[in-house]
Every structure is written in C-alpha cells, then in structure tokens.
Design a protein around this ligand. Structure first.
Ligand code: ATP
Length: 306
C-alpha cells in the first residue's frame, strides 16, 4: 500500500510546488508528463504571435470561488515593451503570470495575445510563445549543457554555447573541469542562485520566445551578482514583450509601465518618474527600499569584496 501511495504523494507535492512557486512549469510538466487541469476546447486554434501584444481585459480570478484574488485587471503591454508588476506580498503578482501562461483559466474577462483569446487557443502554442525566468530554477541531474538545451528541443551545440554567452555563463562553464559535460543538480555540481538564474536565462534565449516573464527572486543577492544578472536580463529583454514581477524597484526604473497591485486591483500605474511624482504607494515603497539599501550597504560591500 505504501508503495502505491508514494508516487502519488510525490506528484502532489511537485504539483503544489509548481503552482505556488511559478518554478519552471514547462520543465515540470514535461518531466512528469502531467496533464494540466486546463483542457483545450475541441475547436481550439493555434495561437499566432507575430507581434507579442498582451492585453488583459477586466480579468477576474480566484483559486477558490469564495476568495477573489484578482478583481478586474486591465493591462496592455505593447509589443517589445516592458511592464513591471510590483506590490505587497500576496497581492496577486505571480497569479497574473500564471494566468498568462494559462495555468488556470480566468473566471471573468479575457486575456488576449495579439488579439486572440488565450482561452480559445491550444495551450502548447501559447506556451511555446512564452519564456519564463522563474524565481527558483529547477536543474535536472544531468549535464549543464543538457540543462540549457532544455530550452529548445534539437538545439545544436553552437546554439547552446551562443545562448550561454548571451546569459553570461559561458566562461564559467568553460572553467569547469568537464565544461558543458559537467553534471549539475542534486547529485552534481551545486550552482549558486545567480548561476542558476543565468541557466534559466540561457534556456529562455535558446527558446527565443516573443514574450518573456521574469519572476525576480525575493532573496537578496550581493550587489555585484545583482548587477551582473541585471545586465544579463536586460539583454534577454531586447526585442521581446517583457513582464517583470519585481521585488527590487531599482531593477525596473526603465520599465515602460509600472503597475502597483494591491489586494487584486491596480492601485497605481505609470512610469517610475510619474509614480514618484504622484507620491502614493510606489513612492513610499521606493523611499523604504532606499533606506534599506543605505542601511545595508556596509555589509553588502564586504560581501562583494570576498
Ligand atoms: P509574493 O510577492 O509573495 O510572491 P504575489 O503578489 O505574487 O506574492 P500570488 O502568488 O499571486 O501573490 O498570490 C496571491 C494570493 O493567492 C495569495 O493570497 C496566495 O495565498 C493565494 N494563492 C496563490 N496560489 C494559490 C493556490 N494554488 N491556491 C490557493 N491560493 C493561492
């Protein structure tokens, strides 16, 4: 009986982790070959994404019927532009990303990609158009080359190296004794948070999707690593429609639009400068983070010098 239950238990755990963490969902589904809860309509069409425009129209959603999480979200992300979503923990930021990936169907309103309702599109064609750099990247117990190649089936060695270069992790890999054949993951080399994130960026570059979702890690990195990752992400954003779920406001100063989510509603929206001028929630968050940075800087300098 125990043996019968264990695999189910494992699946349940993984499934919950996936849903809560927006970890590499595509990877997990492939790995487990688990059908998602969402079922395509019989007449579902292939999604065509020539431009990468994203539109949320009065989107409503709750994980449970009696507890609404998003209460009418309106967003337009122009092709190639960058939208940042900020707000307190639990405001519904990651939920917006999960809905765009159609991990769940909305309960009200619509989400359109290049004018097509994603609820009527074939899931695999939607997911092929979106790259995710998650908060916490899952690595397979395999070579680092394989872990990058995972971004796109049938990628050549040259393409994998090119993606690694783009993600600023190529020289690190070359410095390993077995290069791209070095085993990583639980049973291999342990990578730092920054290195894992670069593997995720390399995967995304290899996939080359028109839409990119960046779920910024909450954990603080030392300032040098943060600056390096920031530069890498900026390269990945070039020419793609990007949604950043941000925890550090310093990383989104350049966003075309910033929305402040609060209790499932958009409380404020605008550019960094306009929001500061407004003197509301965003301005408050900005002032608080500046103070924290100033207070934390001596320790951070020490870390960066190690
Ligand atoms: P954080 O900054 O802490 O990551 P967030 O703004 O991204 O927070 P979400 O992850 O979108 O917040 O969660 C919004 C709300 O939905 C939270 O109250 C959370 O507890 C709830 N929630 C998230 N995932 C689920 C789930 N799978 N089932 C039920 N409730 C959930």
């Amino acid at each position: 009986l125990m043996q019968f239950f264990r695999p189910l238990d494992f699946l349940g755990t993984v499934y919950r982790t996936v849903q809560q963490g927006l970890i590499d969902m595509e990877a997990m589904f492939e790995l487990l070959d688990t059908p998602s809860e969402i079922v395509d309509a019989q007449d579902a069409r292939a999604l065509a994404v020539p431009r990468g425009e994203i539109r949320f129209e009065n989107v409503r959603f709750g994980y449970d019927a009696d507890r609404p999480i998003l209460n009418g979200i309106d967003l337009v992300v122009a092709p190639g532009s960058k939208l940042a979503i900020v707000g307190p923990s639990g405001a519904g930021k990651s939920t917006i990303a999960r809905l765009l990936f159609r991990f769940y169907d909305v309960t009200g309103g619509r989400i359109l990609v290049d004018g097509q309702d994603i609820a009527k599109a074939r899931q695999e064609t939607l997911r092929a158009a979106i790259g995710i750099v998650p908060q916490d990247t899952v690595l397979f117990n395999d070579t680092i080359g394989y872990n990058i190649a995972y971004g796109r089936e049938g990628a050549s060695e040259a393409e994998i190296r090119e993606a690694a270069k783009g993600a600023a992790i190529h020289s690190f890999i070359e410095s390993l004794s077995e290069g791209y054949a070095t085993r990583v993951g639980e049973r291999g080399l342990k990578l730092s948070g920054g290195e894992k994130q670069r593997v995720a960026v390399a995967r995304a570059l290899l996939k080359d999707p028109p839409i990119l979702i960046l779920d910024e890690a909450t954990s603080a990195l030392d300032s040098r690593t943060e600056a390096e990752i920031q530069a890498t992400l900026e390269r990945a954003e070039q020419g793609r429609t990007t949604i950043v779920i941000a925890h550090r406001l310093s990383t989104i100063v350049d966003a075309d639009e910033i929305v402040v989510l609060d209790h499932g509603r958009i409380a404020e929206r605008g550019s960094h400068a306009a929001l500061l001028e407004q003197g509301g929630l965003y301005a408050e968050m900005w002032a608080r983070q500046r103070e924290e940075r100033a207070a934390g800087s001596p320790a951070r300098l020490g870390e960066a010098d190690e």
